[in-house]
Design a protein around this ligand. Sequence first.
Ligand code: PBG
Length: 309
Amino acid sequence: MSNVRLHPADLVLPLFVKEGVDQPVALTSMPGVVQHTRSSLLKAAVEAVEAGVGGLILFGVPAAKDARGSAADDPAGIVQLALADLVAEVGGDIVLMTDLCLDEYTDHGHCGLLTDAGEVDNDATLARYASIAVAQARAGAEVVAPSGMMDGQVGAIRAALDAEGFTDLPVLAYSAKYASAFYGPFREAAECAPQFGDRTGYQQDPARSVAEALREVALDLAEGADAVMVKPALAYLDVLRAVADTVDVPVAAYQVSGEYAMVEAAAAAGWIDRDRAIAETLTAIHRAGADIILTYWAVEVARGLAAPR
Ligand code: PBG
């Protein structure tokens, strides 16, 4: 008998909300996923609630970008407005999480502020992240998930939240985050392809040892992370298992855009059994130790799990 069972409440649905559109925008590289309008976002959130999905994580696609990502912490920025809508529509029914980063908001597409030399300025970026965390918390975020991989980001965010009275608001740290080819389709979804260079300066090299990932995780926990994430999922199940065996906080895994696109594309070509592949990958991620799984299939899978066996 199988003894690794997913539960709908373990799943988190990533959602994109785009400013200034009146129709959802389909994503070529992620069939079935869209950039939502503020109103279609609410419908998607209600569907997730009805399916029993435990949480959603929101990504904003602003209409205008600049070098410092000003829209990210603007109280009238798209994520803050969408969060307020979500609180009114589904508040209390599903955990409202936000991705906390700058790449969706900067015109250069990097996750942080740049120096004059065009390099990411780690410490200047921390002040931006602190401000974004507070803006998201004020708008109704119940968990913030910093994904930019700047050194010290969890500590800076924790301190800023505490100073503003959000002492109980958890930080889910993207702790072991690799410089991965599997983020490809996300760049279309969040309109955040770096305009030059890449993210290898601040994301981890896939060829580094698991011990290095454990060090990143330990640093984030020491800075006050309440839960940690491994990303991507499928190519990093060894890391996931090691993290799950080491920490005593919830462990999340992100089944990223490229993992989704890979299965959808092969299934569309008739080369793979889509439903079995989805179930198998998610079961493997859960088996490897993920308590929480972020997946673009969250609603569909939750519905299937709810059905009688
Ligand atoms: C950074 C972020 C990324 C993803 C989630 N948060 C892009 C990156 O790390 O380069 C990727 C998610 C996916 O591919 O589905 N804001």
